[in-house]
Write a protein that binds this ligand. Structure first.
Ligand SMILES: O=P(O)(O)OC[C@H]1O[C@H](O[C@H]2O[C@H](CO)[C@@H](O)[C@H](O)[C@H]2O)[C@H](O)[C@@H](O)[C@@H]1O
Ligand code: UDP
Length: 498
């Protein structure tokens, strides 16, 4: 059987706990199959990038690279998290682009390619993850790698007009054509990517999920919603009842209901908007005042990036304002914690809660929403408030779906959740739990890898026929009128044509 090689910026090396859905999900996927996990070590070398660390645990071989301060600043804090992250989350207003950080991004991708290529075997299946590593497929092909290459984007694919605001967008996204399969979280993300290929990428959509680039290279693309280890979270939550941290939280509530939010401290998660909605709830739903305590867990993330520092200050100010305005001598309306908790505690916290607040402004999927559902007690489940702009909203139909920009709408939904009768809570929870039981992390991994193994496009005709799944009846959706130009190398330092 071929070996699975996973490549991602973030690697969950043994005995290290950092929040983030990608690492959580890939850890669960690799534990089942074994294989190689390659990526950044999470360490900064004061002098240079490239020190390789290897270790093996539970059938997984970890090969990681240290990054120099400069590479980390340009690649991770710079182009990945100050250019691509805001762009892909529809926040063009926050995009900070510079040629310097883009060069650093390409440099680190080259380093990944140079280090990984000699480790690969002919029949490996290589699965590359996320926006940090878009050019890696092309760089591996340039180094003679011929095995199956898949790519999965964990974050949203925004509207094509927004993508086009990125200098060099064509060169960067053209690199996706070196993969055999490109996966997105939702059908909407796939549709927006197809629009981009058609409108700005000079390519063609031969059929739904079958694309041809301007250089006549074909690739498949599909929607593969990521999920969680549902059974594990449910068991952790049930077992957590006796855990000291969960008991302490339960005792501290003095019989009040609990609302919980768990997010990396990130502006995409809509935390200030959620705090304001909670303030509005306390103001307008006075009859419920004192019946509910809100716990927000928000471990610091990307703390060297200025937009994240600004957000942290804003949240501290808002928490102080809400507690100062509404607290009583024996009750504090909200608790705000910057600590990172392990799943064993979080699952127990989720099970205690009457309401889960998941209100991102944009989110690729949001695994917390799924974990909250999986952790509930079937006899007394809590209610999920879920943003329409999280990928998870496409699947979790039993949630109260909210618009995070609508302060009063979120506040009213919270009041509805607090008073929701048991029968309705159970009906809503059952439908979501069924979905999570059939679409868990194993199903996600298998579906993607099976599609990657079957991604031979030789049988596809240029009009997209040949047994391909079709959404649109027209085989060819459109061709860009832009002039053709030769394929540039992924690391070509010349400025792009547009
Ligand atoms: O690695 P960090 O910079 O600390 O950030 C953590 C991860 O955040 C993002 O997660 C995304 O992937 C989740 C799983 O698919 C998804 O549920 C969530 O909506 C996304 O935001 C990021 O995309 C990862 O690369 C980071 O590792
Ligand atoms: O204190 C914390 C906060 C978050 N998480 C985990 O981090 C992941 C967050 O994934 P999600 O998809 O919700 O968002 P991301 O942070 O990847 O954007 C989930 O598995 C959370 O349980 C955690 O283990 N401890």
């Amino acid at each position: 059987m071929s070996r699975l090689v996973i490549v991602s910026n973030r690697v969950a090396v043994p005995d290290e706990s950092r929040p983030g859905g990608l690492a959580v999900a890939l850890q669960a996927a690799l534990e089942e199959t074994g294989g190689l996990w390659f990526g950044w070590s999470g360490r900064i070398d004061p002098e240079e990038s490239g020190r390789v660390r290897t270790q093996t645990a539970r059938g997984i071989e970890y090969v990681t690279l240290d990054l120099s301060e400069q590479d980390h600043a340009h690649y991770y804090n710079g182009f990945a998290n100050r250019t691509l992250w805001p762009l892909l989350h529809f926040r063009v207003d926050l995009v900070d682009y510079s040629r310097e950080t883009y060069a650093g991004y390409l440099r680190v991708n080259q380093l990944f390619a140079d280090t990984l290529a000699p480790l690969l075997r002919e029949d490996d299946i290589v699965w590359i993850h996320d926006y940090h590593l878009i050019p890696l497929g092309l760089l591996l092909r340039e180094r003679g790698i011929k095995c199956k290459l898949g790519f999965f984007l964990h974050v949203p694919m925004p509207s094509s007009d927004l993508l086009a605001a990125l200098p060099n967008h064509a060169r960067l996204f053209e690199g996706l054509s070196s993969y055999d399969l490109v996966g997105f979280q939702t059908e909407r993300d796939l549709e927006r990517f197809q629009d981009y290929v058609r409108l700005y990428g000079r390519g063609r959509v031969l059929a739904y999920g079958v694309l041809e680039t301007e250089h006549s290279r074909r690739l498949r693309a599909g929607a593969f919603p990521i999920s969680i280890d549902t059974a594990r979270i449910a068991k952790l939550a049930a077992d957590a009842v006796g855990k000291a941290s969960v008991r302490r939280l339960s005792d501290s509530l003095s019989g009040r209901q609990l609302a919980i939010g768990v997010d990396r401290l990130d502006y995409s998660k809509g935390i200030p908007e959620r705090f304001r909605a909670y303030g509005d709830y306390l103001e307008r739903h006075r009859d419920q005042r004192g019946r509910l305590t809100y716990l927000q867990i928000a471990p610091v993330s990307r703390g060297e990036v200025v937009e994240y520092q600004t957000l942290r200050h804003e949240l501290e100010r808002l928490t102080g304002h809400i507690n100062g305005t509404y607290a009583d001598a024996d009750w504090t309306p909200m608790r705000y914690v910057n600590r990172n908790y392990p799943h064993a505690s979080l699952s127990g916290f989720f099970r205690l809660a009457r309401v889960g607040l998941v209100t991102p402004l944009r989110d690729g999927m949001n695994l917390v929403a799924k974990e909250f559902v999986a952790a509930q007690d079937p006899h007394n489940p809590g209610v999920l408030l879920l943003s329409a702009f999280a990928g998870a909203a496409r699947e979790l139909d039993g949630a109260l779906i909210v618009n995070p920009y609508d302060t009063q709408g979120v506040s009213d939904a919270l009041a509805t959740a607090v008073d929701m009768p048991l029968a309705e809570r159970q009906a809503r929870w059952n439908s979501m739990m069924q979905r999570l039981q059939s679409h868990d992390i194993t199903a996600w991994r298998r579906t993607f890898l099976n599609a990657l193994r079957d991604s031979d496009l030789d049988s596809v005709d240029s009009d997209g026929s040949g047994g391909e799944r079709r959404r649109q009846s027209a085989g060819e959706v459109g061709v860009s009128a832009l002039p053709k130009r030769p394929l540039q190398r992924a690391d070509d330092p010349r400025p792009a044509a547009h």
